[in-house]
Design a protein. Structure first.
Length: 352
């Protein structure tokens, strides 16, 4: 056996149930950007669909089209990285929900040839994070442009949305006030959104007033807790993946495993965490290009399997992230696509 990323789809299903419970009565939009946070979009979307997830946050049009091919015609798929006319045309053709936070994109949308179905527009108000979004002073002008598109049947006003910082309750409260004011202004202009969505994982779990109709939850769905925040146990989620490696040699009081920084393990973590072995945790001494050296243990032999991080390991992705002042998602996303993903569930195992 060689290094692999083992993903437990049954644990993923339990996390989905927990998210659904936590954000109710809002619906869960499962964020699957970056190949489902490195877990493999095909298996993740298929299982999520089987578990009743109907909304997916795909980030870009290419991912949105891939989700459409997997999830089928009835899924709602929200994308918010839009590069211009070509992206908009492809998104409309795939019946994606388009998160628009730039007035220029409304002009691009107006320039498209007539389509058989209107573009599904979710207009984004900048509530202070400045991560894209229409500035409040330009909101009325943007609403006028959307009204023109709706009247021409080139668009339907599906949603109002924004990102918030989730840094402090006070900042988020201020952001929500801007959001609510934007919705009031939209309604006064004759544009009542079918869906409102403001919160992501942390606010969706912790703050009921922020849940609105949809909550965009990515990291928590995969069992990745926030750095410096509540534990997995407190949140009621579990890591769904384990990064496994194999012993390739025993060198005196050290053991070498077949996973290094070219596989996505940050070399800056050497000396800062332990892997899980049959004999307990063993400190990581050196992370080299293709292998890693750790403290040895009695009876270690080539072929033994260890857990580098994740489910069943001595450290989670977020534990490693906290050691180097980043977030758990970054550690998960660093796992190279060259490391095979293997999936377990009550059904047969498969590999990609």
């Amino acid at each position: 056996m060689s290094a692999e990323y083992l993903v437990d789809l049954d644990v993923f299903a339990r996390n989905l149930a927990r998210v659904r419970e936590a954000v109710a009565p809002a619906r869960h939009m499962l964020v699957v950007k970056d190949d489902a946070y490195g877990h493999g979009i095909d298996a993740i979307v298929r299982r999520a669909s089987a578990e009743g997830v109907t909304w997916f946050g795909a980030f870009d049009v290419e991912t949105g089209r891939a989700v459409r091919a997997i999830a089928g015609a009835d899924a709602r798929i929200f994308v918010w990285l839009l590069g211009g006319v070509a992206d908009l045309a492809a998104g409309v053709a795939a019946r994606l929900d388009l998160g628009i936070g730039d007035e220029a994109l409304l002009d691009d949308l107006a320039s498209l040839p007539p389509a058989s179905t209107p573009a599904r527009v979710h207009l984004k108000i900048d509530t202070g994070l400045h991560r894209n979004g229409i500035r409040p002073e330009r909101w009325s002008a943007a609403l006028e442009r959307v009204s023109t598109l709706v009247d021409a049947r080139a668009a339907s006003f599906e949603g109002l949305w924004s990102h918030i910082a989730e840094a402090s309750d006070a900042d988020d409260d201020n952001a929500r006030e801007v959001f609510l004011s934007a919705r009031t202004a939209a309604a006064a202009a004759g544009l009542t959104p079918r869906f409102s969505h403001l919160a992501a994982s942390a606010a969706g779990f912790a703050r009921a007033p922020f849940r609105e109709d949809l909550v965009r939850v990515g990291a928590f769905s995969y069992g990745i807790r926030p750095a410096g925040g509540p534990s997995e146990t407190e949140l009621g989620i579990e890591p769904i993946a384990s990064l496994l490696a194999t012993v390739v040699s025993v060198e005196g009081d050290a053991v070498r495993i077949d996973l290094g920084h070219l596989h996505g393990l940050p070399s800056v973590l050497q000396g800062r965490f332990s892997i899980a072995t049959v004999a307990g945790g063993r400190r990581v001494r050196a992370i080299e290009a293709a292998t890693t050296v750790v403290d040895g243990w009695p009876d270690a032999v080539p072929g033994d399997t260890v857990v580098v991080f994740g489910r069943g390991g001595a450290a989670s992705a977020t534990d490693l992230a906290e050691a180097v002042d980043t977030i758990g998602e970054e550690i998960a996303l660093r796992v190279s696509p060259l490391v095979p993903r293997r999936y377990t569930s009550n059904g047969p195992r498969s590999a990609r």
